[in-house]
Design a protein around this ligand. Structure first.
Ligand code: TLP
Length: 347
């Protein structure tokens, strides 16, 4: 029995078109800047995000670290949300590797930050303080229900950053999901950002890779940061070929993932023992609370897996399910059937 794996959209397999393009990719040595397929992908990424240039890197984590190390020197400070992926799930790499000090401000439930709290967190010039250099935003916001953050907040954050001589980096691992959900183009959404990273390897279904996008000068410096992190790749066109398919064929179908997530959330909300508000599910990420007599998150996850449905426990009472290619509406219907069966079982 093949399982319905909703643990993450990182589980997307490459499409048949990607496999074909990868096999046929024209390649060169990308450390010399000579891989035509990587160069084409980078041009496309820059175009889609409305930035001058882009850099292909191995992962979303590397994209964020490269970006932060390019904006900041050792001892500089960044301001970011306390639920940010960079703060929660990247091993504190910016501090451990980049010597960059993180200052958190509470994320609001919709993933935004109270900009007055951000303003208050910006350091003034004093010999005791690190220097605040960068404001980091995340869009969609993974831990805040995958919420897409709209252009108004992004513009207001840009204004605040401009007034205070700060740069902005957007962890846009799922920025195409945000743009799709909001009905805006990515370039407009990140117009206020000095850099944006996004992932090819999540809903866009490539096997590997992320891009860092920014000004030409920023990307030239980011290329150095990537190299020192060991991220200079050689005939990477084999990977970039899949990325080109992601950007040309896989963006429009994200709406299907969002519809499936909404369907899952609506169905789950009707089940006893599960708590969530389906109105809060706006993209492809569904978080819910377990409120069951005999099961906590770990037990529920185990029982679902035994029935062929995989989800992720987030803490003792919270779980996450993510919709993605090639999961279809019928898979969601089946997953809901399995949920109802498992939640109703007495043992
Ligand atoms: N997120 C993964 C896990 O690390 C939690 C997931 O399954 O959601 N930024 C954001 C907002 C992300 O959600 C992720 C991955 C990354 C960056 C890191 O990307 P990778 O996994 O390519 O290093």
């Amino acid at each position: 029995m093949s399982s319905i794996d909703l643990r993450s959209d990182t589980l997307t397999p490459p499409t048949p078109a990607m496999r074909k393009a990868m096999a046929a990719a024209d390649v060169g040595d990308d450390v010399f800047g000579e891989d035509p397929t990587v160069n084409r992908l980078q041009e496309l990424a820059a175009e889609r995000t409305g930035k001058e240039a882009a850099l292909f890197v191995a992962s979303g984590t590397m994209a964020n670290l490269v970006s932060l190390m390019t904006h900041c020197g050792r001892g500089d400070e960044i301001i970011l949300g306390d639920q940010a992926h960079i703060f929660f799930y990247e091993q504190g790499g910016s501090a451990a590797v980049g010597g960059i000090h993180p200052r958190t401000v509470a994320n609001r439930p919709d993933g935004t930050l109270d900009l007055e709290a951000v303003r208050a967190a910006i350091r003034f010039d004093d010999v005791h303080f690190p220097r605040t250099r960068l404001l980091v935003l995340e869009n969609t916001h993974n831990r805040c229900n995958g919420t897409p953050i709209g252009p108004d907040f992004m513009a207001a954050a840009g204004k605040l950053a401009g007034e205070n001589n700060l740069k902005i980096h957007v962890d846009g691992a799922r920025i195409f999901n945000a743009a799709c959900a909001l009905g805006v183009c990515v370039a407009d959404l990140v117009a206020a950002a000095d850099s944006v990273s996004f992932c090819l390897s999540k809903g866009l279904a490539s096997p590997v890779g992320s891009l860092v996008c920014g000004s030409r000068a920023f990307i030239a410096r980011a290329r150095r940061a990537r190299k020192v992190l060991g991220g200079g790749m050689r005939q990477a066109g084999v990977l970039a070929a899949a990325g080109i398919i992601s950007l040309t064929e896989m963006i429009d179908r994200l709406a299907e993932d969002h519809a499936n997530a909404k369907r899952l959330a609506t169905g789950l909300a009707d089940l006893k023992g599960v708590n969530l508000d389906p109105n809060e599910v706006l993209t492809n990420i569904v978080y819910f609370q377990i409120d069951h007599e005999t099961m906590d998150a770990a037990v529920l996850v185990e029982k679902l897996a035994a029935e062929g449905v995989k989800i992720l426990p987030v803490d003792a009472r919270r779980c996450r399910a993510v919709t993605h290619y090639p999961i279809r509406e019928t898979d969601i219907n089946h997953a809901l059937y399995v949920f109802s069966k498992v939640l109703a079982s007495k043992d």
